[in-house]
Design a protein around this ligand. Structure first.
Ligand SMILES: [Zn+2]
Length: 233
């Protein structure tokens, strides 16, 4: 193995390690993120509160109608049961019964509105319930897949770490120091392949003699333009 090929191998492992760490972090973030479930729970809670209000409104409206009907029945019994003989009182009772019936219409309208409101809020609650259950189900599947992926990634990171240790054994100490410096400065790519007689990172054309030195592998040759170490591959 030449000095450059040892470094190139090290860099491949480092890139793979970096990508694996990034993905593992990303998965851990997704697994932790329960904002959507919390939001849906709040929606469901609001729907349930609204439904409770609708149930109370409906029960009250129902009770008002029943009470009014009972009142009308009592008044009509008095009216038509022959208990009232006095014409003036009879007239008053008739007027009272009419007034009670008129108000019954209003109460029945209110009851109808309350029924519609109850029906709507029940549907909204059921929909919110369905959405949250579906989301939780999807999330459970997704989490299962992600946990498996994370488990595999962590095993891979461990394996890559061991491979990196082994690869380091064939890297000269000074070369490693240069490699570390260049990686930091050059976005993780300290060493690049020569492609069609030029640097594959910046495209600088390389003299024939330089290409030969790179191929021989005894020295580390750096690109005159971007500064990266060149590897013949
Ligand atoms: Zn270059």
């Amino acid at each position: 193995m030449s000095r450059a090929s040892s470094l190139y191998r090290l860099q491949q492992l480092d890139i793979e390690l970096m990508n694996s760490h990034e993905r593992a972090d990303e998965i851990q973030q997704i697994l932790k993120d329960d904002k959507e479930v919390l939001r849906l729970r709040r929606v469901l809670e609001n729907c349930e509160a609204e439904l409770k209000t609708a149930q109370i409104t409906h029960a009250t409206a129902r009770h008002d109608v029943d009470t009014q009907r009972a009142k009308i029945e009592r008044t009509e019994k008095t009216l038509y049961g022959g208990f009232v003989q006095n014409p003036k009182e009879l007239h008053e009772r008739q007027q009272e019964a009419e007034s009670l019936r008129r108000y019954l219409v209003t109460l029945e309208d209110r009851l109808l509105e309350a029924m519609i409101y109850l029906d709507e809020t029940q549907q909204e609650r059921d929909t919110a319930d369905e959405v949250i259950n579906r989301t939780l189900e999807n999330r459970a599947h997704q989490q299962k897949d992600l946990k498996l992926e994370l488990e595999n990634l962590l095993a891979k990171i461990e394996r890559l770490g061991a491979e990196r240790e082994a690869a380091l054994a064939s890297v000269v100490q000074d070369d490693q120091a240069l490699y570390d410096t260049l990686r930091k400065r050059l976005a993780g790519r300290a060493i690049v392949l020569v492609h069609e007689g030029g640097c594959s990172a910046c495209g600088l054309a390389l003299a024939h003699s330089v290409q030969q030195s790179i191929r021989s592998g005894s020295e580390l040759i750096r690109c005159g333009q971007c500064g990266r170490i060149l590897y013949a591959g």
